[in-house]
Design a protein around this ligand. Structure first.
Ligand code: ZN
Length: 698
């Protein structure tokens, strides 16, 4: 492991800024910490609010991420108030958190890390703590004691597994008191602490100790097997060699797309989840290996892994992964068994003070094909994915030096049902209305489609923005991700009239999110002209997009939703012209009427699957619209006997409310029909037209 401390960059920084610098160096290396893990601290003499000198400890605040630390994310605690608790015999987590809250100097600063006492009890200026894969690999195996002694000698103390809190802090504090010459402390099933009289010294020792662990594993420890590589592209020898070769890359992707909706339905039985598929080399090596199944069933490397991955992944048995019908059955059985086993484990360990969390896996491994991870949103499934790669890394290190061991079943329960962790969950803001859902909107690069995509995203949905205009679709997705958070939108280029493109888009969707809950079928064009003057090409183009386009997309959507088995909602954007057609607008009005009939038939056929199908009929939405081309404006103005400039006013004046209709008005109705607000409505048509008497649904 490379020491990245740069004299140049650290030059001139004060002690606190050096700590910030060190924290970012550690945070930027995923083999040390991921997703908010690890922490750092410094003890200094600083001024309080009256200008008096106080001994303080600054420690990473809870909820911050080492790689992006700022000064303000290190709350200050008064050491003279913190240190006396070292003399206590015990302290509950709640008591400790309350106590530490009172030692914080500045109101409104973030809550100090749960590992604050451990840092405080170490009598050194700077402390660095990581969850380095290599170190965890050395602690999680049958010969850990001997191996750690061989690697670190007496430079490092080893402390048995305990959940973070008062007892662990006190144990570490006592170990260091007894042997003040130590360079660090290794916590079994957890990670590494180092310290020094400066940030650089703490960092140097940290990198040194992790490097020693990596080198020992690379040489294969006592086994001499050697991982050779830590990137996961090896021969699989460390996991007992290949047992099953992966399918070819394109077949893996096809199988994954075929199975994902079934899988998503199964893990969404209590609450919906979003899936992420991964067939990268280290995953394929692990799941294809002789030892993969046994190792994956032993348990999590650390509590840090467990809170994202649960205790065990679901390993799917499949003699032939290409036989998707058989794998589906195996998935269903495997999922049921997993849930039963989870419930048993919960019952055996619960104190009775909590209630069981959902019993479905976060990691699903299918030999020959790849790995799915699940989460409440795409970001959570990405984090779980990332963590399982680290689990595989730890397994690789442990297997190369000895044989992997894990947290006990009881420790795993205590970690997953840690009251402090559960309490944190209750503090999270309530989920948004469309959280955990995936929506696909066609024609979403501009006009009504774009505003609908933004609205659904604002209500918590993941949104696939599709359009002929791939570049603008990409822009809309980027805007949504900026507003709603990363991973929330993706853009697919899509000509809805092209069956091949529609099929491809749904394949991508199945792999990217695992399924679909909402389809907004919106893409359309508006050719003009009297019937006797219409070219066959214009007529056909209107049918292709305004009818067949809806058919192709909806057919893929309901197929997917039927496989998922958790219902869904299809919303078709119709037009006021369906109930009240316009002269010289035949190709459009006829094709849109067919679209509505298509929607009604879909409602008839899919009610049994809990899939609702409804239509919104807007009238004359001009804003941001590409439908309203100059040509269309000229034609409709002529047809109504008004000027082009007066056209919007004309439409406004012809409705009962004398209202301009905006894309936002349409999006509001789409939200109603897409969400559970309209749970008992299907086969319906709702106008959003300011009230056009001729267009009253009948
Ligand atoms: Zn930790």
């Amino acid at each position: 492991m490379e020491n990245l401390w740069s004299e140049n960059e650290a030059q001139g920084l004060n002690e606190l800024d050096k700590l910030v610098y060190m924290s970012r160096l550690i945070g930027a290396d995923p083999s040390l910490v991921v997703w908010g893990g690890g922490n750092t601290s410094i003890k200094l003499t600083e001024k309080d609010f009256l200008g008096r000198d106080v001994e303080v400890m600054r420690i990473k605040g809870s909820g911050s991420d080492l790689k992006s630390m700022e000064r303000w994310q290190f709350p200050r605690l008064k050491l003279e108030e913190v240190l006396p608790v070292f003399e206590r015999g015990d302290m509950s987590d709640e008591e400790m958190v309350d106590y530490l809250d009172r030692c914080v100097l500045d109101p409104n600063s973030p809550r100090p890390s749960i590992e604050t006492l451990l840092h405080a009890f170490l009598p050194f200026m700077c402390v660095a703590h990581s969850h380095a894969d290599a170190v965890v690999g050395l602690t999680n195996n049958r010969e850990a004691d001997a191996i750690l002694q061989r690697v670190y000698g007496d430079d490092v103390a080893v402390v048995e597994y305990l959940r973070p809190g008062f007892q662990l802090s006190k144990l570490v504090g006592l170990a260091v008191k007894e042997s003040p010459k130590l360079n660090g402390v290794v916590l079994v099933n957890h990670g590494l602490f180092t310290w020094g009289d400066s940030a650089q010294e703490a960092y140097d020792r940290h990198i040194d100790l992790v490097s020693q662990a990596e080198e020992y594993a690379a040489q294969g420890g006592a086994k001499g097997a050697g991982t050779g590589t830590v990137s996961g592209t090896g021969s699989g020898a460390v996991f007992g060699g290949w047992q099953r070769n992966p399918l070819a890359a394109d077949r893996r992707k096809e199988v994954a797309a075929a199975l994902a909706p079934t899988l998503r339905g199964l893990v969404s039985q209590q609450r919906r989840a979003v899936l992420r598929f991964d067939d990268s080399p280290d995953v394929l090596e692990f799941i294809g290996s002789t030892e993969g199944q046994r190792l994956s069933g032993i348990g999590p490397a650390t509590p840090d892994h467990l809170i994202h991955t649960k205790r065990k992944p679901l390993w799917v048995e499949a003699a032939n992964p290409e036989d998707t019908a058989a794998v589906r059955e195996s998935l269903k059985q495997g999922m049921a068994d997993y849930a039963t086993e989870y419930a048993t484990w919960y019952q055996e360990n619960t104190t009775g003070a909590d209630s069981m969390l959902d019993p479905y896996p976060r990691v699903i491994l299918l030999p020959g094909v790849g790995m799915w991870t699940t989460g409440r949103d795409a970001r959570a499934s990405l984090i779980t994915n990332d963590i399982y790669h680290h689990t595989i890394n730890v397994l690789r290190t442990a297997q190369s030096v000895s044989d992997y061991t894990s947290l006990t079943a009881k420790d795993a329960y205590d970690a997953e049902y840690w009251p402090l962790e559960l309490y944190k969950l209750t503090l999270a803001p309530p989920e948004k209305e469309l959280a955990r859902q995936v929506a696909l909107v066609t024609g979403a690069a501009s006009g009504i489609g774009k505003v609908i995509a933004q609205r659904l995203a604002a209500e918590g949905a993941h949104v696939i923005v599709t359009d002929l205009d791939a570049e603008s679709a990409e822009d809309v997705a980027t805007e949504i991700n900026r507003a709603a958070g990363p991973e929330r939108a993706a853009a697919f280029p899509l000509d809805v009239a092209d069956a091949g493109q529609v099929a491809d888009a749904f394949q991508s969707l199945r792999r990217a999110y695992g399924g679909l809950d909402i389809l907004v079928s919106n893409a359309g064009i508006a050719p003009v002209g009297t019937i006797d003057n219409l070219s066959l090409a214009d007529w056909q183009r209107s049918l292709d997009i305004n009818t067949t386009g809806h058919f192709l997309v909806a057919a893929e959507a309901v197929k997917l939703m039927q496989e998922q088995g958790i219902g869904g909602s299809l919303v078709f954007i119709g037009t006021k012209n369906v109930p009240a057609p316009g002269a010289e607008f035949g190709a459009y009005s006829v094709a849109k009427a067919a679209e509505v009939q298509l929607a009604r038939v879909l409602a008839l056929e899919n009610g049994q699957y809990g899939i609702r199908v409804n239509v919104v009929n807007p009238d004359a939405v001009f804003q941001g619209s590409r439908l309203w081309s100059t040509e269309l404006r000229q034609e409709r103005a002529a047809a109504h006997g008004v000027t082009v400039e007066g056209l919007e006013e004309f439409y406004q004046q012809r409705n009962l409310l004398k209202a301009k209709v905006f894309a936002e008005d349409v999006a509001e109705t789409v939200l109603f029909l897409a969400s559970n607000r309209s749970a008992k409505t299907t086969g319906a048509m709702i106008p959003v037209d300011g009230g056009v008497r001729e267009a009253f649904p009948r």
